[in-house]
Design a binder for this molecule. Structure first.
Ligand code: HEC
Length: 110
């Protein structure tokens, strides 16, 4: 194989990798989004603590509530729920990731 076709091959491979987005909700991406957009008010994970607003429920407590579902959280997040969030419009995929993340925090029944 000559050098030029090798380059062409690796470019094709790189494009192929970039063009394979995951449409499945991604809880890991949701966690990163939560750190960015939600942590100022919510305690967003079992391992995070601190300067969250008193009135905002922790994500773990939301996950463990009876009746919490991914679809329910998505519906809730379709509208900004606080004055401070009015400027934040979350794309549908990010809402899905966030919902997947929150629901993933559910603790096993004891
Ligand atoms: C400005 C503060 C603030 C920010 C930022 C914020 N929240 Fe909240 N959130 C609250 C408060 C306060 C409540 C409880 C009262 C209410 O529902 O409005 C709440 C409630 C919730 C609930 C629970 C709804 C229920 O069923 O009780 C969910 C889910 C939620 N927030 C998700 C998020 C996510 C995801 C983000 C980041 C994209 C976020 N919040 C960012 C303040 C905030």
């Amino acid at each position: 194989m000559n050098r030029r076709s090798l380059v062409a091959l690796s470019v094709a491979a790189a494009i192929g990798a970039a063009a394979t987005p995951s449409f499945a909700a991604d809880a890991k991406a949701g966690r990163a989004l939560a750190e960015k957009w939600c942590a100022s008010c919510h305690v967003i994970g079992p391992d995070s603590q601190g300067a969250a607003a008193d009135s905002a429920p922790t994500f773990v407590s939301i996950a463990n509530r009876q009746g919490t579902t991914e679809a329910g959280v998505q519906t809730f997040l379709a509208d900004p729920h606080k004055e401070a969030m009015k400027g934040i419009v979350l794309p549908r995929l990010e809402v899905a990731d966030l919902a997947a993340y929150i629901v993933s925090l559910k603790e096993p029944e004891k």
